[in-house]
Structures are given as C-alpha cells and as structure tokens.
Design a protein around this ligand. Structure first.
Ligand code: NI
Length: 169
C-alpha cells in the first residue's frame, strides 16, 4: 500500500470529469487500498479518485467513529434522491481548513460496484448521504467551495494559493 499525493484547490485537475472504471482488476484494487490508506492517514471521511489525480469513477468513504466501515463505490449512480434537502457544514481534504454550508439531499440511493466488482445498492442518509454527494461531485469535477458565492470562493482561492506558495518555499 502507498500514500497517494493529493491535489489541492484551485488545481484545475480537480475540475476533470472522471470516466467510468472499465474493469475492477488488480490495478483498481490497488488504487482502492491506496486511497483508503490515504484517506485514513489524512483523517478524512471520504476521498474521490479525482483528488489523487486519477480520473475514473471511484470513491472511498468511512463515516464511522471506529474507522472500520469502509464503503467503496465504483461507477456510482444516483438512482433516488429525497425531496428534502438540508444545509450541512462540509470540508474537503483538497481544501484544508475550510468549512462551509452546502445544500444536499437528506437521503440518496446509489447503485455502484463494490471493491470486488459486485453490483450493490446503498441507501444512505445523514452524514453518509452528504459524503456520497460530496464525493460524487468530485467525479464530476466539482469541489464543494464552487457552491459558495464568488466572493467567498475567491477569498478561499487566494488563501489556498498563499498557503501553497508558503509551503513551496
Ligand atoms: Ni472533497
């Protein structure tokens, strides 16, 4: 297993639209294991392949307290969304230190392949539902801060670029 380097906002590669995974083979299983390790190490609750510069439809999530309930979704598709929505505070490993409210469906049903390539259907609500929507946005090339006002987004962009410059010194 290996830790994978993350892309950070406003890296334009985060705006890439991911392609479907064509086969759940050894390469994909290795990627899943590496993404899980990277997510746990970074203390994140979700990670999309987009964030490690792999533009294929694959996300890993673990919203459990014990960090032992990994959810792997390959080629996820939203098949149902609740009529109710809510504003939730979100953060992202690609936008460290920034938290803000985003409107999301309260519950969703997703069909996908699991880590073994088996078809599965997941009904999610609460934090898991929010996380699935956040990670699926990454696969469409969308980072959560892009829902915020242009003013806020620009402020965040400047802050991130400044931090990245200081880190590079
Ligand atoms: Ni994110």
């Amino acid at each position: 297993m290996a830790l994978l380097p993350l892309l950070f906002f406003p890296d334009p590669r985060l705006n890439t639209v991911a392609k479907p995974v064509t086969a759940v083979d050894h390469r994909i299983r290795t990627l899943v294991a590496d993404m899980l390790q990277t997510m746990y190490e970074a203390k994140g609750i979700g990670l999309a392949a987009t964030q490690v510069d792999v533009h294929e439809r694959l996300i890993v999530i673990d919203v459990s307290e014990q960090r032992d309930q990994a959810v792997v979704l390959i080629n996820p598709q939203l098949v149902w969304t609740s009529p109710e929505t809510h504003r939730n505070e979100e953060g992202c490993l690609s936008v460290p230190g920034i938290y803000d409210g985003v409107e999301r469906f309260d519950a969703v049903t997703v069909s996908a392949l699991d880590a073994d390539g088996k078809a599965c259907v997941i009904q999610a609500d609460g934090l898991l539902a929010v996380c699935i929507q956040h990670e699926m946005d990454h696969l469409m090339g969308k980072v959560f801060v892009e829902y915020l006002s242009p003013l806020k987004r620009n402020r965040i962009k400047k802050k991130m670029l400044k931090a990245q410059r200081e880190e590079a010194r």
